[in-house]
Design a protein around this ligand. Structure first.
Ligand SMILES: Nc1ncnc2c1ncn2[C@@H]1O[C@H](COP(=O)(O)OP(=O)(O)OP(=O)(O)O)[C@@H](O)[C@H]1O
Ligand code: SF4
Ligand SMILES: [Mg+2]
Length: 325
C-alpha cells in the first residue's frame, strides 16, 4: 500500500455568492475559507464544529457537489477540484457519501434492489447476475438480510435500516473514501452507536478512509483516530483524537469540551449553543483570529489584527492560536 496520502486538500475555499434581486452581487458567504489537511489511506477522521461553520460545505466540495472557489483537492494524486463530465463521474465512484437524512437520500419509488442496482448500472455493470451478486454481498455487509429487504421501498424500512441501505449504496462501487455527514443525527438514540460501529467496522475491514462529521464529542473517541475542529470556515485545531480531547489547546475547543463535561447536559443541543456569543458572519468574518470576539483569552492589538497560522506546539498537534506561539 502506498504511503502517499489518499487525499490532500490545500487552501480550499468554497464561497457562495450572495445576490440581491437575483443579479446584483452583494458579497460572498465564505463557507470554507482556506482549509488544508491530508487524509491517509485507511484512517478514520472526524470533523466537529458548531452549526454553520462550513462542515457540510466542505464535505460537499470534496464530493464534487460544489465547485471550489479556490485551492486544490488532490485525490490519489489527481487534482479533482475542477473535474466535470466523465472524469467527475469516475471520481464520484471512488468516494461514497452517507448523508444525515437517510429517507431524503433514498428515492421513495425505488425498492432496495433498484436502489443498489442503479449506481452499478450508471457505472457500467451491465451483467444482471453480477449486479445481483454484488447487491446481496453488500446487504450482508451492512447486516441486512437480502431476502427480507430487497423488495422493500424506503418507507417500509426503519430509520436504522434506511441508513444501512444508504451505507450499502455508498459502498457498492467499492470507494476508497467514505464521507459521512452527521450519519446518525436523525436516528433514534438506540441505533446511533450501532450504525457508527458498523461504519467503523466496515472501514477497518475494507481498509477504507472514513471522514465523518459529528456534533457528538462525547463518543467521537470510539469512532475516529484523528479529529479536526472547524470554526467559521477554517480548521482551528487538529490532532489524534485522544491527544486532542485530553489536551485541547484552542480556546474554542476548550469551550466545546467544557459543555460536555456536565453529565446532565443534553450534549448535542448544548454544543450548538456554546461558547457564549454569536457565531461570526461568514460574509464579513472578523479580522485577525475569527474567534477573537468570543475568546476569553484574546490579546488586544494582536488577536484582532493578525491571523494565527497553524502552529504545532505538541507533536502531531496543530492549533491556530497565538497563545501557542
Ligand atoms: N448552497 C449554498 N448557497 C449559499 N449558502 C450556503 C449554501 N450551502 C451552505 N451555505 C452557507 O454556508 C455556511 C456553512 O453552511 P454548512 O451547511 O456548510 O454548515 P455546517 O457546519 O454543515 O452546519 P450544520 O452543523 O448546521 O449542518 C452557512 O452560512 C450556510 O448558510
Ligand atoms: S488567537 Fe487569540 S483570539 Fe484566537 S483563540 Fe487564540 S487567544 Fe483567542
Ligand atoms: Mg451540515
Amino acid at each position: 500500500m502506498s504511503d502517499a496520502p489518499l487525499l490532500e486538500v490545500r487552501d480550499l475555499r468554497t464561497w457562495f455568492e450572495l445576490r440581491q434581486w437575483g443579479f446584483l452581487r452583494v458579497g460572498s458567504v465564505r463557507a470554507v475559507d482556506g482549509v488544508s489537511f491530508e487524509l491517509a489511506r485507511g484512517e478514520a477522521v472526524a470533523f466537529v464544529g458548531e452549526s454553520g461553520c462550513g462542515k457540510s460545505s466542505l464535505a460537499r466540495t470534496l464530493l464534487g457537489l460544489h465547485r471550489p472557489s479556490g485551492g486544490e483537492v488532490v485525490f490519489e494524486g489527481q487534482d479533482v477540484a475542477g473535474l466535470a463530465g466523465a472524469a467527475l463521474k469516475r471520481y464520484r465512484a471512488r468516494v461514497g457519501y452517507v448523508q444525515q437524512d437517510p429517507y431524503g437520500a433514498l428515492p421513495p419509488f425505488m425498492n432496495v434492489r433498484r436502489l443498489l442496482a442503479e449506481p452499478l448500472i450508471v457505472h457500467g455493470v451491465m451483467d444482471r447476475a453480477e449486479r445481483e451478486r454484488r447487491i446481496r454481498a453488500v446487504l450482508e455487509e451492512v447486516r441486512l438480510a437480502p431476502e427480507e429487504v430487497l423488495h422493500k421501498f424506503p418507507h417500509m424500512l426503519s430509520g436504522g435500516q434506511q441508513q444501512r441501505v444508504v451505507i450499502a449504496r455508498a459502498l457498492i462501487l467499492a470507494p476508497h473514501l467514505i464521507i459521512a455527514d452527521e450519519p446518525v443525527s436523525m436516528l433514534d438514540a438506540s441505533v446511533r452507536v450501532e450504525i457508527l460501529s458498523l461504519l467503523r467496522q466496515i472501514q477497518r475491514e475494507r481498509e477504507l478512509t472514513l471522514a465523518f462529521i459529528t456534533h457528538d464529542l462525547a463518543t467521537v473517541r470510539h469512532f475516529a483516530e484523528r479529529l479536526f475542529v472547524m470554526y467559521a470556515g477554517r480548521i482551528v485545531e487538529q490532532a489524534p483524537v485522544d491527544e486532542l480531547l485530553d489536551h485541547p489547546l484552542h480556546p474554542y475547543t476548550q469551550a466545546l469540551l467544557a459543555a460536555i463535561a456536565d453529565p446532565d447536559a443534553d450534549n448535542a443541543s448544548r454544543q450548538r449553543e456554546i461558547p457564549p456569543g454569536e457565531p461570526p458572519s461568514l460574509v464579513k468574518p472578523p479580522a485577525g483570529c475569527r474567534f477573537h470576539p468570543r475568546c476569553p483569552h484574546a490579546i488586544a492589538g494582536h488577536c484582532d489584527r493578525d491571523e494565527p497560522p497553524m502552529l504545532a506546539p505538541r507533536p502531531g498537534h496543530g492549533v491556530a492560536c497565538w497563545l501557542h506561539e
